[in-house]
Design a protein around this ligand. Structure first.
Ligand code: ATP
Length: 331
C-alpha cells in the first residue's frame, strides 16, 4: 500500500495541464502515493449543475491531502454557482491560507525576499453576503474572535519556526470594530509568545512597504481580502503567478494549489507554467512531513528556473511538456 493518499482535482482551464504535469514530477521524485482523482469547478458546474460533487467531498475526506489545479471565478455568476475552492475552504474550515513569497532565479525578481503571507481564509468580506436595495449595494464583513485567534496562533507558530517576526496587517484606523477585533485578538495571542518580534502595519502602508522594502518582512497575517490582494502583489515581486503557490490549511485537512486562476487565455495551448502547482506540491510535502522530498523538489525547481528551459511567462519559449520533462530529468 502507498504511504500517502492524495486527492487530485484538476478543476478548470490550465488545471487540466498543470495537475498531470505535477503528478509526473511527484512520481519522478519518488513520492510514494496513491491518487484519487476528483472534479470541481466552473466547467463541472456547466455540465452538471454543481461545482463540487459528493465524490469530491469523499476524496478530500478520505485522503491525507489534496492538490488542486485551478478554478474559474466568472464575474457574472450563474444562478446556483458556488466557487469550488472558496466552498471547500469554508466546508472544511481551512482557515489558514499560506502564501510563501521567496526570491527564485527568474528575470526581474526582487533579491533576498523570503516572506509568508498568512491570510484568514473563511471570513471577512468573502463570506459573500451581498444585497441590493434599489441603487444601493451592501456587503457584510464578518470577523469573529475565534477565527482571529486561530489564524493568530497559526501565524505565530509559523513565525517561530522562521525568523520569529510577525507583522499584523490591518485597517483598524478606519474600521475599528471589525478590523479592530482582528488586530486586538491577534495582538493578545501573539504577546504571550516569548521571543516573537511583533509589529503592526496599516494595509495601505504594507502595500507600499512590500514594494519598497519586501526584505523587511518575515510572516504577515491579515484578513481575507487584504491577503488575497497583497499576496498577488507579493507574487509579482518575485516572478509572478506562474511560480506562486499556496496552502489552505485547517485542523483536519489541507488543500494545496497555485495562486493563479484557470488562465482561460492560454488554456489548452500547452504553454502553461506548471511551476506554481509543483511548488504547491512542495508545500503539500512539507505538510505531510516529507521534508527531505520537499527540499529536493524545491531545489530542482530553483535549478531549472536558473538553467532553463523557461516557460513563456518567464521570458522563455518552453511549453508545459518541455518544461516538465526537463524538471523530471533534473530529479
Ligand atoms: P480566472 O477567471 O480563472 O481567475 P484569470 O485570467 O482572471 O482567470 P489567472 O488565471 O490568474 O486569472 O491569469 C492571469 C494572467 O496570468 C493570465 O494572462 C494568464 O494567462 C497568466 N497565467 C496565470 N497562470 C499562468 C501559468 N501557470 N502559466 C502561464 N501564465 C499564467
Amino acid at each position: 500500500m502507498a504511504k500517502h493518499r492524495i486527492a487530485l482535482i484538476e478543476g478548470d482551464g490550465i488545471g487540466h495541464e498543470v495537475i498531470p504535469a505535477a503528478r509526473r514530477v511527484l512520481d519522478a521524485l519518488g513520492f510514494d502515493a496513491e491518487y484519487v482523482e476528483a472534479h470541481a469547478g466552473y466547467e463541472y458546474f456547466l455540465d452538471h449543475g454543481t461545482s463540487t460533487p459528493d465524490a469530491t467531498y469523499e476524496a478530500v475526506e478520505n485522503t491525507h491531502a489534496t492538490l488542486f489545479g485551478a478554478a474559474t471565478s466568472p464575474t457574472d455568476k450563474p444562478k446556483g454557482f458556488q466557487g469550488a475552492i472558496r466552498h471547500l475552504r469554508q466546508k472544511y474550515g481551512l482557515y489558514a491560507n499560506v502564501r510563501p513569497t521567496k526570491t527564485r532565479p527568474v528575470p526581474g525578481a526582487f533579491q533576498n525576499v523570503d516572506l509568508v503571507i498568512v491570510r484568514e481564509n473563511t471570513q471577512g468580506l468573502y463570506v459573500e453576503q451581498e444585497r441590493l436595495y434599489g441603487d444601493t449595494a451592501i456587503a457584510d464583513t464578518v470577523i469573529t474572535r475565534g477565527a482571529s485567534q486561530a489564524i493568530g496562533q497559526f501565524a505565530t507558530r509559523l513565525a517561530m519556526t522562521r525568523r520569529q517576526q510577525l507583522t499584523v496587517v490591518h485597517k483598524a484606523n478606519v474600521l475599528p470594530v471589525t478590523q479592530g477585533l482582528f488586530l486586538n485578538t491577534i495582538m493578545d495571542e501573539a504577546r504571550l509568545i516569548d521571543g516573537l518580534n511583533l509589529g503592526t502595519m496599516i494595509v495601505d502602508n504594507a502595500a507600499m512597504q512590500l514594494v519598497r522594502n519586501p526584505q523587511q518582512f518575515d510572516v504577515l497575517v491579515m484578513t481575507n481580502m487584504f491577503g488575497d490582494i497583497l499576496s498577488d502583489l507579493a507574487a509579482g515581486l518575485v516572478g509572478g503567478l506562474g511560480i506562486a503557490a499556496s496552502g489552505n490549511i485547517g485542523d483536519q485537512f489541507g488543500i494545496f494549489e497555485s495562486v493563479h486562476g484557470s488562465a482561460p487565455d492560454i488554456a489548452g495551448k500547452g504553454v502553461a507554467n506548471p511551476t506554481a502547482t509543483v511548488l504547491a506540491a512542495v508545500l503539500m510535502l512539507q505538510h505531510l512531513g516529507e521534508a527531505e522530498l520537499a527540499a529536493k523538489l524545491d531545489n530542482a525547481v530553483n535549478r531549472i528556473l536558473e538553467e532553463g528551459p523557461r516557460t513563456r511567462d518567464l521570458g522563455g519559449t518552453a511549453g508545459t511538456e518541455e518544461f516538465t520533462r526537463a524538471l523530471i530529468g533534473m530529479l
